[in-house]
Design a protein around this ligand. Structure first.
Ligand code: 5AD
Ligand code: SF4
Length: 488
């Protein structure tokens, strides 16, 4: 099915709702405050920037995420939960937070509580919210994000409870306002959804089929970001390597490699110096993409390449469509073209039927690849996925023991990799002061490693969003320490 853009009139209709809510909010004596609570991945973080953009236009003042719906002792006028359902514990956390707002709602009945995102694309979750969380006023899923103004309008003006789960398949909404968290780093969505149906994963059910944005829209957004002083962008998609496959015609852009090359050409001569992207499915990572990455200096030599497991049999049961050998071969080809590539991965421990021998294959692969970073997860059965129906779930104690062994192995690799950086000078994009030590600055290398460093800078403005060469003095497991030697 070809991807459609949400019709212009529909977005215009939302602008009218924004205006009505804004007028009501501006007429209030005290400016209404709103809080967004975000759970989950970068895609959700970025969706929350769109939510923030719409709420701000509706006249809300955005306040930080504080407990029980209060900010500075005042109960928020609106609280929105942008939820995640990738694992059971993500869902439990969200329910805990929603429940904690019941008291605030009793004190302030016109407080608007909204639950949206991945969790609310699941019927059993919506039923649970309807039954147990009467304090929730609006429920909608990932496909209806652009209709937030309409839902808030109906809640406020018609005092109606809204539960909107219907949507048109295969649409992409353009032109939403975005309030970006950072003034020098930005997310750019290039596609939505996933067609892969890995047997453990809930994402295709809650995010729908793959929909790519048009290249012209993406390039226009990136041009605007470069003009506004953004230094680094991260292209987002559940599987960026299948970009464009659903587009009927896309200005000659055939693949993600084509798009990436076009972005590099677009930003030449601007202050936008770094491009990252995530996530890449190993089965779709083409040689053409490796070549484009190697060719353009603006593409960070960093790759998140989730392997999930080392045993070919388990990979097959996961429906990953590659083998341990073909994955290792891909890594070898990447390292051949880009010897300094920084690789990270996702690994699931305790997938149904995983034996000790299967798990040894995972350890073996981790030793062979030498990842700079691995995100390790305990398998969590998700309602409606094939793997959750498998009667041969691995006992908890075995999973725990395997998980600890994997974490220990990867930590030693992390540390060794970081220790190899000591004595080198690396380029860092300075993000500001370190949160844990205000006498230090913090930033990230091209490989996305965190560097905390001292620098002789008079004001923060001189440092934030600037590139700086840092001499690395010391390695920690998950970060590096050093001192600035030269600012751009
Ligand atoms: N259980 C555990 N981890 C999961 N992931 C996705 N689904 C599950 C699940 N059911 C992990 C995968 C994916 C990452 C984003 O989350 O490793 O790459
Ligand atoms: Fe989930 Fe697999 Fe799609 Fe990634 S590629 S979002 S793991 S189904």
């Amino acid at each position: 099915m070809a991807t459609k853009i949400v019709p212009y009139e529909d977005i215009e209709k939302q602008k009218k709702y924004i205006q009505c809510v804004r007028e009501k909010n501006l007429a209030k004596e005290e400016k209404p405050i709103a809080c967004i609570k975000t759970f989950g991945c970068q895609m959700n973080e970025h969706d929350s920037e769109k939510i923030a953009g719409m709420l701000e236009q509706m006249g809300y003042v955005l306040v930080p995420d504080e407990t029980e719906g209060k900010y500075d002792g005042r109960i928020c006028d609106l609280v929105i939960f942008n939820t995640c359902c990738i694992r059971q514990n993500a869902e439990e956390k969200v329910f805990g937070h929603i429940g904690a707002l019941k008291g605030a709602k009793r004190v302030k009945p016109d407080m608007v509580t909204i639950v949206c995102g991945c969790m609310t694309e699941q019927l059993h979750i919506v039923e649970e919210i309807n039954k147990k969380y009467k304090n929730v006023d609006i429920v909608f899923g990932t496909h209806n994000l652009h209709r937030l103004p309409e839902f808030v309008y109906n809640s406020i003006f018609n005092n109606s409870r809204i539960c909107e789960l219907s949507h048109t398949e295969g649409e992409v909404a353009e032109g939403l306002p975005i309030k970006r968290e950072s003034s020098f780093k930005a997310w750019v969505t290039i596609m939505y959804g996933c067609n892969n149906f890995c047997t453990y994963c809930i994402v295709p059910y809650v995010r729908g089929r793959e929909r790519s944005r048009r290249m012209t829209d993406i390039l226009e957004e990136i041009r605007g970001l470069a003009e506004s002083g953004i230094r680094e962008i991260t292209l987002l998609g559940q599987n960026v390597n299948s970009y464009g496959k659903d587009l009927m015609e896309n200005d000659g852009c055939r693949s993600f490699a084509d798009l990436l090359a076009a972005i590099c050409v677009t930003i030449e001569g601007t202050g936008l110096k770094r491009i990252r992207f995530m996530t890449s499915h190993p089965k779709d990572l083409s040689q053409e993409l490796i070549d484009v990455m190697a060719k353009y200096p603006a593409v960070c030599k960093q790759l998140h390449l989730p392997v999930q497991a080392g045993s070919t049999e388990i990979l097959n049961k996961m429906n990953r469509k590659y083998t341990k050998e073909s994955y290792l071969d891909l890594v070898a080809r990447i390292k051949e073209k880009m010897p300094d590539i920084v690789l990270s991965t996702d690994i699931i421990v305790g997938f149904p039927e995983e034996t000790d021998e299967d798990f040894e294959e995972t350890l073996d692969l981790v030793r062979k690849v030498q990842y700079d970073m691995a995100y390790t997860f305990i398998y969590s059965p998700r309602v409606g996925t094939p793997a959750a129906k498998n009667p041969n779930q691995v006992p908890e104690e075995n999973v725990k023991e395997r998980f600890d062994r994997l974490v220990e192995l990867q930590s030693s690799v992390d540390r060794a990799k970081n220790e190899a950086m000591v004595g080198k000078v690396v380029e860092v994009l300075c993000e500001g002061l370190s949160r844990t030590n205000i006498n230090r600055f913090t930033g990230r290398t091209e490989g996305n490693k965190i560097v905390n460093f001292v620098a002789d800078v008079k004001c923060l403005r001189e440092a934030e969003g600037k590139f700086v060469k840092v001499y690395i003095e010391k390695a920690q497991t998950w970060s590096l320490e050093g001192h600035a030697v030269e600012w751009e």
